[in-house]
Design a protein around this ligand. Structure first.
Ligand SMILES: [Zn+2]
Length: 280
């Protein structure tokens, strides 16, 4: 028995029909992309692409309630997010920090507002790679399409509330806004609380991060460390928190060097005016 209302006018509306077809195509693309991800995803534990977030209690696609936080090895008081009016007015395509706003690549809102949780503070940062196919395209349009495929994959295939990462860095070094920062991300299973998620687009198990990406990563991570007072000891890669190959051996190697004494992240911190965070 068809329980759908029969009075929907969309089928007779060519524009709506085109939208529906495009949406279906994007879903299929996302499915194909995540099919590839089955062998090399961000959360790869050796051949699979498991859910990096805690499933809701019996609810498919739920991002899970706020779980009791594990005692941290080096407890750091959470840094409150800047307070003020919750929704930031979207003025212009780029933020003061040079981040390309979400509105520049998608008009989609949070797909499952009931499944998303506030990010009350930030006391650590986690770096990821996309981990699907090696990726080198540098045009803005290519990145827009890639971001939308990732978002749809997370929403329609994984069943999450929204794209999992807060920020994404493309092969030209541009930083794009993903999940709005007022929300907890979905990027490290059971460890999303207070955790800022940054993803570098590409598969760094199979390719090298380029100079534009690494320079941007250092600069942007340093700016976020300064903003939330996160010391270098609280900047992690995904594999340092969970059994996964993410962010790939090449980006992992880079980040180990970047965080070390004299490394590029410490240099960027000094340039950002927060050298003290390099020694905490
Ligand atoms: Zn990851």
């Amino acid at each position: 028995m068809n329980t759908q209302p029969e009075s929907q006018p969309q089928a007779a509306n060519p524009a709506a029909l085109l939208d529906a077809l495009l949406a279906r195509r994007a879903v299929l693309q996302a499915g194909a992309l995540l099919g590839l991800a089955a062998v090399a995803g961000c959360a790869n534990t050796g051949g699979s692409y498991p859910d990096p977030v805690e499933p809701g209690a019996g609810v498919r696609g739920g991002e899970g309630p706020l779980s009791p936080q594990r005692p941290a090895a080096t407890p750091t008081p959470p840094r409150p997010l800047p307070s003020g009016p919750a929704p930031q007015p979207q003025v212009g395509p780029v933020t003061a920090q040079g981040v390309i706003r979400r509105s520049n690549w998608t008009r989609a809102g949070i797909a499952r507002p009931g499944d998303i949780y506030p990010l009350r503070s930030v006391n650590r940062i986690t770096i990821h790679h996309e981990g699907v196919t090696p990726y080198t395209a540098t045009s803005e349009d290519a990145t827009r399409q890639r971001l939308e495929i990732i978002r749809r994959g997370h929403v329609t295939v994984r069943g999450w509330a929204d794209i999992g990462y807060h920020y994404l860095i493309d092969p030209a070094g541009r930083v794009w806004e993903g999940r709005p920062i007022q929300y907890q991300g979905a990027h490290v299973k059971d460890q999303n609380e207070n955790n800022l998620g940054i993803m570098v687009i590409g598969n760094f198990e199979r390719q090298l991060p380029n100079a534009a990406q690494t320079a941007s990563l250092d600069r942007f991570v340093a700016s976020q460390m300064r903003q939330y007072r996160v010391p270098v000891s609280r900047v992690f890669t995904h594999r340092e928190l969970a059994p996964t190959e993410c962010p790939g051996r090449n980006l992992q190697r880079y980040l180990v060097m970047a965080r070390a004494n004299g490394g590029s992240l410490r240099v960027a911190l000094a340039a950002a005016g927060a050298p003290e965070l390099a020694f905490a």
